[in-house]
Design a protein around this ligand. Sequence first.
Ligand SMILES: Nc1ncnc2c1ncn2[C@@H]1O[C@H](COP(=O)(O)OP(=O)(O)O)[C@@H](O)[C@H]1O
Ligand SMILES: O=C(O)C1=C[C@@H](OP(=O)(O)O)[C@@H](O)[C@H](O)C1
Length: 280
Amino acid sequence: MEKIEVTVNGGLSVMSAFFNGRGAAVAMDLPMVTTVWEAGKSQTNTVIQKTLEFIDKRYRTGMDYSVSIKSMIPMENGMKSSSAMTLSIIYALSVINKLNLEEKCLLRTVAEASIYNGTSVTGALDDICACYFGGFCLTDNTSMEIIERRPVDNDPVLVSYSLNGRKSGDIDISSFALYRKRSLEIERHIQRGDIYGAMVYNGTIISAINGANMEKVSYFLKHGATHSAQNGKGPAVFAIFADLDEMDSAYRDFNESSQGWGIIKSSLTNKGLTSRRVEA
Ligand SMILES: Nc1ncnc2c1ncn2[C@@H]1O[C@H](COP(=O)(O)OP(=O)(O)O)[C@@H](O)[C@H]1O
Ligand SMILES: O=C(O)C1=C[C@@H](OP(=O)(O)O)[C@@H](O)[C@H](O)C1
């Protein structure tokens, strides 16, 4: 039996689309490997079932599928696990069913499915693009258009993530409208090419709305991070270092000082989606 295996990476938020529909994200080397094959219905979570249901309704695929996911991306921490998952499943289904979706149509379909399966408010096209293409991606999630893509340097990054996540689909974005003007400053950082500055300001504004785990930010800053803040809606906190020795010691010392939190050492990446056929 033929199976389709899809690999995509997670990422970080640069500008959350909750303010005005425009969002930006950057890919990070943190792979999720998803395998999909035609089979009787398997035990999956509701989100996966809803994703399969969306594609069946739209393209009348009329088959049952099994999905297996091996992921390095912590869930519900703003690290793009749901976009990676929805993209991978839909990409695999499009190959299996020979849907021949052109790129733009594929990405929009994934965004619509992300709203349908309850993991996204705006469709999160920014996150889907970063997972699909790699690098930096700025999108308008209201018109479902890609505004800009840029390659990134493979800078190393530490991310502290919470074992008690925060689901994007549950976020009430009504209060974000009050901060719309402030979010224009995030865009100015992006226009100047200051991605890390944008990430810090984005995380800082959302922390002002939802609260943040500031002790994690201060931990990283004290250990030499040049930039640290909540990663978008969080609760994960990212940290960028200029000095790799300082970064290593922040990584090493972390475990002893934290309960209910994990730490990941990774780097930004320009790697996009890859797929291959595998035999069962
Ligand atoms: N490895 C996985 N296996 C199954 N479902 C997953 C996996 N990763 C993410 N998900 C789904 O995506 C949801 C997380 O979505 P979301 O709150 O948007 O988190 P994130 O900020 O990581 O994108 C999870 O609750 C789960 O339904
Ligand atoms: O639900 C959504 O529409 C979004 C969720 C957020 O991503 P995460 O789910 O990764 O936090 C945000 O960064 C993105 O711009 C839009």
